[in-house]
Design a protein around this ligand. Sequence first.
Ligand SMILES: *Cc1c(COP(=O)(O)O)cnc(C)c1O
Length: 395
Amino acid sequence: MGKIDPKNYDIQTCSVRSGQARTPENENSEPIFLTSSFVFNNAAEAAARFAGDEPGNIYSRFTNPTVKTFEDRLAAMEGGERCIGTSSGMSAIMTTCMSLLKAGDHIVSSRSIFGSTIGLFNNVLSKFGITTTFVPLTDYEAWANAITPQTKLLFLESPSNPLMEIADMRRLADLAHENDCLLVVDNCFCTPALQLPFKFGTDIVIHSATKYLDGQGRCVGGAIIGPEKLMNDDVFGFLRTAGPSMSPFNAWVFLKGLETLGIRMQAHCQNAQIIAEWLETQKQVSRVYFPGLASHPQHDLAEKQQTGPGGIVSFEIKGGKDAAWKLIDGTNLFSITANLGDVKSTITHPATTTHHKLTDEQRAEVGISGGLIRLSVGHESVDDLIKDLDAALTG
Ligand SMILES: *Cc1c(COP(=O)(O)O)cnc(C)c1O
């Protein structure tokens, strides 16, 4: 089997075939290389590898064949030049910022991003002299106004968590490039199966592999995909020195997950669409946030940028926090957990879990009310899921 060139194949073919380099054993499925280091044939070869004069593995903090298979496969699917696996989604964001920014630099970020990312920007990067201004995701004037001569990076998630707002990536990529900045997009909610941010001018794509890439809630990991030049010199240089590297075992779980990502995302989208439409007809539900609904304010933009609405449905229930908690506790089939992207459906109360660190005012500003509930819709029968929600709503 020759190496397959992703340019000649559809993403679905890449998800199954890309990145594999068979060993002399001629295995069909990808092996796991559980080895911390690699041996050299002689001292001269060791010296050449360390000097970077000769390619090859040295130590699994730097490179590992199983991690490389995952990286090459995900890069092929995203249509990016190089992917670097990391120990978690958060370490992917940390590695991107620490490797590309320095003291005095400035980030403009959507305010509707993962809670730990806000914490990383506000509490960690700030200690090293990197500051962040947060703006509403879809207020393009606010993005433009927040940019200063020190701004190096624009950061967003689309759709956002948990209100599923959609950003116009092309517009923000143009704004970034006019100001010599990089646009970084966390593509966690859509995955390459539904959205390819590079097509819209994005410079760097981030993943929490923990979510849909694994898809069955087993391992924690992350990834950064971007142009060779940035990835080789800065990002890989930081990773091999600082060490937030992906474990080969986790890489194997993720690369097998990528093989089924396309069909899994289709099933997530289908079930989520049916549940969102059903929720919209319930009198106890005051609002449903789902890009697949015509009532979604950026439904058209979502259709332009994404090939499916995704598997996350948020909705507001009348009666605030008490009613939300009652519904959550009344379900049987939904796991009460903040994780998402699993074949098992999950249910979350953002105001008291993922967004509990925000003040009441900040929560009101970003639209996270006490009655808001987030579902990550899985692969159980959608009829059973609706029966379960119905019983919890009326019970
Ligand atoms: C979970 C998540 C992260 C962080 O990923 P970890 O693997 O938990 O570190 C980052 N961004 C988004 C959108 C997430 O949902």
